[in-house]
Design a binder for this molecule. Structure first.
Ligand SMILES: *[C@@H]1O[C@H](CO)[C@@H](O)[C@H](O)[C@H]1NC(C)=O
Length: 507
């Protein structure tokens, strides 16, 4: 009996300890939340009610985010706030708001949020690559270096333009080898586009059947997949989780394999490096690294070299591949537009000579079609996240330093106040009454301002040369046994077409 009573009292004291602990934890949590939560600023953009800890995350339906965002925009206007746990986010919609932020207040919006999910790749305070680097001296140096390296790409034996033309030739051979049977263009187009990046970074292209190349591409494809989904996103919001031993390695296996691959290629360069002869971007970077302490402080060190290489793959392959896949899909859906492009090619270039960039000015229609592919294909709907570099003001709203900014490029490319037929494929958006090429200011597929896509020139060159070469050599038709391809996209970081088959009929 006594034992019983004793046990009972122990239990109840344990229980009350637990409740005390519970109350304490709740109070602590709320207190922590209160401390970390944003202050109340006047004129801060409106937004949905924010709960402790989770912020406004319940306002977004993760199964159908596009719908939730649309509703939020309807309710709160073109500039509204969200809160991911304790991260303040402001979403900008429409040409006016996005343009003012990116172009007129470029520096205020030029920063990037720090993204802990990349730490396992070597991303960190001292090595950030370019694309995701914080705004500042290091970023400027690396961006300048990369832009000038891309521009001076006469360093190899061939100019970049010649290389792209040559690659377009390889792509045509592959299409031709299908002998008119239906096939999916995804893999060959991706091979061609990735080869351009490989040439720039590592000075070599791969045969489309090369096994190493296939490995590289499949790691890279999974690289992107590993970033979508709930867990990786959670890691960005609750970064401590990244430090759980083994977790990052497990989630990001392909990313790690991809980086290992880059390391191997870089090592090979180091072994064969000859400072008198620069073969490619890696060599140019190694040359900078040789310059010593100051160069290192400017970001020219090994860790950054591998991140810059990864950045170029990340920014330069999937995007261009996807755009070309959209381009061919629209040609299937609009044979009359395809014929007009081909007529212009025949008139300006003919059937034999490969296209050059000089031809572009004499080909307004083709140019308009390519621009319309980029507008309507809308491949990076919300761009990359920005962050305010200092306190700023946008259309009467106060936005403090350190706020994550989502620029909805999609809402610009399809802004009803700017485009005549925003939701149709209509190349005339880029032609004036005389059939001359014009580029409306709201054409921002590469974003704009200081953080504008650094591969814009390269991408434009690839799109023009690949597209015209393909249409010079083939007519693309929908196979009889295939359904009409879907025009809506599949969204995962990029907005890409659902898989489709076509026939490439030699001309
Ligand atoms: C971006 O704009 C498009 C078109 O207006 C809209 O459907 C989408 O929901 C918006 N996304 C965000 C994140 O606001």
């Amino acid at each position: 009996m006594a034992l019983f009573l004793w046990l009972g009292s122990q239990l109840s004291s344990l229980w009350s300890n637990i409740s005390v602990l519970g109350v304490f934890l709740t109070v602590f949590t709320l207190l922590l939340d209160f401390m970390k939560r944003r202050k109340k600023w006047s004129h801060y953009p409106p937004g949905p009610v924010s709960l402790p800890f989770i912020g406004t995350m319940l306002s977004v339906d993760f199964h159908n985010p596009a719908h939730s965002f649309k509703q939020l925009q309807k309710k709160f206007g073109n500039i509204y706030n969200l809160q991911n746990c304790w991260t303040n986010v402001v979403v900008l919609n429409g040409y006016k708001a996005v343009k003012e932020a990116l172009v007129h207040k470029s520096e205020d919006f030029a920063d990037r949020p720090y993204l802990p999910i990349y730490e396992h790749l070597g991303y960190g305070k001292k090595s950030e690559g370019i694309v995701l680097a914080r705004y500042g001296h290091g970023w400027k140096e690396l961006r300048k270096f990369t832009l000038s390296t891309l521009r001076n790409f006469g360093m190899g034996k061939k100019s970049l333009e010649e290389r792209v033309v040559e690659e377009a030739g390889f792509l045509c051979s592959t299409f031709k080898s299908k002998e008119g049977h239906s096939f999916n263009v995804h893999a060959p187009v991706n091979n061609a586009v990735c080869n351009v990046i490989c040439t720039i970074v590592f000075g070599e292209r791969f045969d489309y059947n090369d096994e190493t190349f296939h490995k590289l591409l499949s790691f890279f494809e999974n690289f992107l997949k590993e970033e979508t989904g709930f867990l990786p996103q959670l890691l960005n919001v609750v970064p401590v989780l990244v430090r759980i031993p083994g977790l990052a390695q497990k989630i990001f296996q392909s990313q790690k394999a991809f980086m290992d691959f880059i390391d191997v290629l870089i090592d090979k360069h180091r072994e064969t490096w000859n400072p008198a002869y620069t073969r490619d971007l890696t060599d140019a970077f190694l040359k900078e690294m040789e310059k010593g302490k100051e160069a290192e402080e400017n970001g020219f060190h090994y860790n950054n070299l591998r991140l810059v290489a990864a950045d170029l793959f990340g920014a330069g392959s999937e995007t261009t591949t996807t755009t070309l896949r959209w381009a061919l899909l629209y040609m299937l859906l609009h044979p009359e537009i395809q014929s007009k492009v081909q007529a212009e090619i025949d008139k300006v270039i003919g059937r034999e000579r490969p296209p050059t960039m000089k031809d572009q000015v004499s080909m307004p229609y083709t140019n308009a079609v390519i621009h319309e592919v980029q507008r309507y294909g809308d491949i990076i709907p919300v761009g990359l996240p920005h962050m305010t570099y200092r306190d700023t003001e946008l259309q009467g709203f106060f936005i403090p330093k350190g706020t994550t900014i989502i620029t909805n490029l999609s809402s610009v490319l399809k802004d009803e106040t700017v485009w005549e037929k925003p939701n149709e494929f209509y190349p005339e958006h880029f032609l004036d009454v005389n059939g001359q090429f014009v580029k409306p200011d709201a054409f921002l597929p590469f974003s704009a301002g200081r953080r504008v896509c650094l591969g814009e020139q390269l991408a434009r060159m690839e799109l023009f040369l690949f597209f015209t070469t393909l249409l010079q050599k083939f007519t693309f038709v929908l196979p009889e046994d295939q359904p009409r391809p879907r025009e809506d996209g599949h969204f995962a970081l990029t907005n890409s077409p659902h898989p489709y088959l076509l026939q490439a009929v030699p001309r």
